[in-house]
Design a protein around this ligand. Structure first.
Ligand code: C2E
Ligand code: CA
Ligand code: CA
Length: 556
C-alpha cells in the first residue's frame, strides 16, 4: 500500500454503503473503516489525528453520528479534521453544518464523480488551512512564529493605535544548563509546558506571545506594571527537575510604552537588550529598557564596527604605569604595567574599562592583546637602547589567550624579535581566569614559566579560586585587588584582609603587589604589613611612553 496516500475514515454501519464509498475512493485514498460510533471514537482517540477526512453516517448504533461530531468538535486534537456527513435527512444536514461538519453527501449516493469532487474539495481546503497553520505556529510549542506574530502585532496597532503597549522578552534562567543536565527531550517538554502557561496567561495582560528561539519568548501586551506578579504566575508549579523540585526561574526584559513609529523588530530588540542585561543574574528577574541602555548599545556597536580600522590605523596606544618596591629605604622602580587606551579620532581617549569587556565578549581581545604585547616589547627595546635600563614590563593576558595553543610560541617570538629575554615580559593573568578549566590553566602557566616568563596573578582576592588551586598554580607575584586597598582605608580602617592576602603570598613564597594605591598613608600601612611592591596614582597614573622615560632617567 502506498504509504503517502491520504487517509479517510469511513464511519458507516451498513456494509453495502461502506463498499460503495470504498470503491469510489480506493484509488486515491487509504481507507479506514468503523462500523459504529464507539469504534470510531476509540480509533480517533488512539492517535488517528493523521486523517485527512472523516465520512460520517448520522444513524449509527451505540453512539450516534451527531454525538460523535460533537465529541470531535470539542477535542482540540481532532477538531481540525474535516467531517463530511452522510445522511438522507434534509433537516439534519443544516444542523450538521452548524455542529462543525464541513459538508454533507446525501443518500442515496449521487454519481461517483460528484462524491469524488466534493471529497477532494474538502480535503484540499483542509490541507491549505493546515499549511497556513503550520507556518503560523512553532512546531514544538504551538505558539506563533515570529513572522506571523509580527503581522498580528501590526494588526493590533492598527486596531488600537492609542493603546500603550509593552514589548517584553522572556527567558528561562540557566536554560542551557538544564538542557545539558537533563537532555533535549526534557528541556523540550519544559518549553512546551512553559508555552502552555504563557498562552493561558495572555488574556490577563491582553497580550500575545511568540516563541522566538531556544528559551526566548516575546510578548506584546497592553502596558502593565505588576511584573513580579506576572513572573510568579509564569513559573508557578513548574519545576526544572522532578525530584528536588527546583522551581523554574524566569527573567524578562521590558521595553515599556513602545514607540509605534519604530519597526516591530527594533521594539523587541530593545526588550531583548534589557533581557540580556539580566541573563544569569541571580538577584534581578526583570529589567526595563531605558535610553541610556540604547545609547550604550549603539556606542558599543560603533566601537565594534571601528575595531579593524583602529588596529590598522594604530589608534590603540599603550600607557605605562610604574611599580615601585617600597620595602627599601626609598621606593625603587621595579617594573611597569602596559595599559591600553583607544585614541579614537572622534570620540577622544576611551578607557579600557569600556572596550576590554566588550572585546572579550565579542572575540576581538586576542587581536588587541597581541597588538599591545608587540607594542610593549618594542617599547622596552627602545628604552633599553636609549637609557640602558632593564625595566621589565607586565602585559595583561586575557583568559581566552590562555586557551590558544600557540600562546607560548607567540610570546617567545615577540621577545626574540625585539632582542629581549623572556624574563623581561611579565604576564598578568587575572585570578578569575583561573577558576574554570583549572588543569588547562595550570598546564599553560607552567609552560609559560618554563619558557622563562614571569606570572603575576592579577586582581587577587576577588576570583574565588581556592587555596589549594592557588597552591598548585605556578606564580611569581600576587597583585592584591584594589578593592582591598579601598576597603582598608574607609571608615573601618580595616586592613585585616590585606594582612591575610600577604600571609597567603608569603606562604606561597611570592611577593605581593598592591595596586590602586593613592595616598602616602596607604603606602605607609602597606609597607608596615609587609607588602613588597606598590602601583598607583600616589606614584603615577599610567602615562604615555615619552612621559614614562622620566622614571627611567630619574633612577640612579
Ligand atoms: P587592571 O589590569 O587591574 O589594571 C589596573 C587599573 O587600575 C588600570 O585601569 C589603572 O589605570 C588603574 N589604576 C592604577 N592605579 C590606580 C589608582 O591609584 N587609583 C585608581 N582608581 N585606579 C588606578 P585601566 O587602565 O582603566 O584598565 C582597566 C582594566 O582594563 C585593567 O585592569 C585590565 O583588566 C584591562 N586592560 C587594560 N589594558 C589591557 C590590555 O592590553 N589587555 C587586556 N586584556 N586587558 C587590559
Ligand atoms: Ca593588570
Ligand atoms: Ca588588577
Amino acid at each position: 500500500m502506498n504509504k503517502n496516500k491520504r487517509k479517510i475514515l469511513i464511519v458507516e454501519d451498513e456494509f453495502v454503503n461502506r463498499e460503495i464509498l470504498k470503491n469510489i475512493l480506493l484509488d486515491d485514498f487509504e481507507i479506514i473503516e468503523a462500523e459504529d460510533g464507539e469504534t470510531a471514537l476509540e480509533l480517533l482517540n488512539s492517535g488517528r489525528d493523521d486523517l485527512s477526512l472523516i465520512l460520517l453516517d448520522l444513524f449509527l448504533p451505540k453512539l450516534s453520528g451527531l454525538e460523535l461530531l460533537n465529541i470531535i468538535q470539542a477535542n482540540t486534537a481532532l477538531n481540525n479534521i474535516p467531517v463530511i456527513v452522510l445522511t438522507s435527512d434534509k433537516e439534519l444536514e443544516v444542523q450538521c453544518l452548524q455542529y462543525g461538519a464541513s459538508d454533507f453527501i446525501s443518500k442515496p449516493y449521487p454519481d461517483s464523480s460528484i462524491i469524488k469532487a466534493r471529497i477532494n474539495r474538502v480535503v484540499e481546503l483542509f490541507e491549505d488551512r493546515q499549511t497556513i497553520k503550520s507556518t503560523e505556529r512553532d512546531a514544538l510549542t504551538r505558539l506563533y512564529t515570529r513572522e506571523y506574530f509580527y503581522k498580528y502585532v501590526a494588526d493590533k496597532d492598527k486596531l488600537n493605535p492609542n493603546v500603550e503597549m509593552d514589548a517584553i522578552a522572556i527567558g528561562i534562567r540557566s536554560f542551557h544548563i538544564i538542557k545539558e543536565r537533563f537532555g533535549t527531550s526534557f528541556s523540550d517538554s519544559l518549553l512546551v509546558r512553559f508555552s502552555k502557561r504563557l498562552k493561558k496567561l495572555m488574556p490577563n495582560i491582553s497580550g500575545m506571545v511568540c516563541h522566538l528561539e531556544a528559551d526566548t519568548f516575546i510578548v506584546y501586551a497592553q502596558h502593565f506594571e505588576d511584573y513580579e506578579k506576572f513572573l510568579e504566575e509564569m513559573s508557578a508549579d513548574i519545576y526544572v527537575d522532578k525530584e528536588s523540585k527546583t522551581p523554574l526561574k524566569v527573567q524578562m526584559g521590558i521595553y515599556q510604552n513602545v514607540d509605534k513609529n519604530l519597526d516591530i523588530d527594533v521594539r523587541f530588540e530593545r526588550a531583548k537588550i534589557a533581557l540580556n542585561k539580566l541573563r544569569d543574574s541571580v538577584v534581578k528577574n526583570y529589567f526595563i529598557f531605558d535610553d541610556k541602555l540604547k545609547e550604550k548599545e549603539l556606542f558599543e556597536e560603533e566601537l565594534l564596527e571601528e575595531f579593524n580600522t583602529a588596529i590598522n590605523e594604530r589608534q590603540f596606544v599603550v600607557f605605562y604605569q610604574p611599580k615601585f618596591n617600597i620595602q627599601g629605604e626609598a621606593p625603587r622602580l621595579v617594573s611597569a604595567e602596559a595599559l591600553v587606551r583607544w585614541k579614537h579620532s572622534q570620540k577622544g581617549l576611551i578607557s579600557p574599562g569600556i572596550f576590554i569587556p566588550l572585546f572579550e565578549e565579542k572575540g576581538l581581545i586576542q587581536q588587541l592583546d597581541l597588538y599591545v604585547w608587540k607594542e610593549a616589547a618594542s617599547q622596552m627595546k627602545k628604552w633599553q637602547e636609549k637609557y640602558h635600563k632593564h625595566v621589565p614590563v607586565s602585559v595583561n593576558v586575557s583568559r581566552i589567550d590562555l586557551f590558544d595553543p600557540t600562546l607560548v610560541e607567540t610570546l617567545q617570538n615577540i621577545v626574540k624579535e625585539n632582542g629581549l629575554n623572556t624574563s623581561d615580559l611579565l604576564l598578568e593573568i587575572t585570578e578569575s581566569a583561573c577558576t574554570d578549566n583549572v588543569d588547562v590553566i595550570i598546564d599553560k602557566t607552567n609552560a609559560l614559566r618554563e619558557a622563562g616568563f614571569k606570572i603575576e596573578i592579577d586582581d587577587f582576592g576577588t576570583g574565588y579560586s581556592s587555596l589549594s588551586m592557588i597552591n598548585k598554580l605556578p606564580l611569581d607575584a600576587l597583585k592584591i585587588d584594589m578593592i582591598f586597598i579601598r576597603n582598608a582605608f574607609t571608615s573601618e580602617n580595616d586592613s585585616k584582609m590585606i594582612k591575610i592576602i600577604i600571609d597567603i603570598a608569603s606562604y606561597l613564597k611570592a611577593p605581593t603587589i598592591a595596586e590602586g594605591v593613592e595616598t602616602k598613608e596607604q603606602v605607609a600601612v602597606l609597607k608596615e604589613l609587609g607588602c613588597d611592591i606598590v602601583q598607583g596614582y600616589y606614584f603615577s597614573k599610567p602615562v604615555p611612553n615619552e612621559e614614562f622615560a622620566a622614571f627611567l632617567t630619574a633612577e640612579k
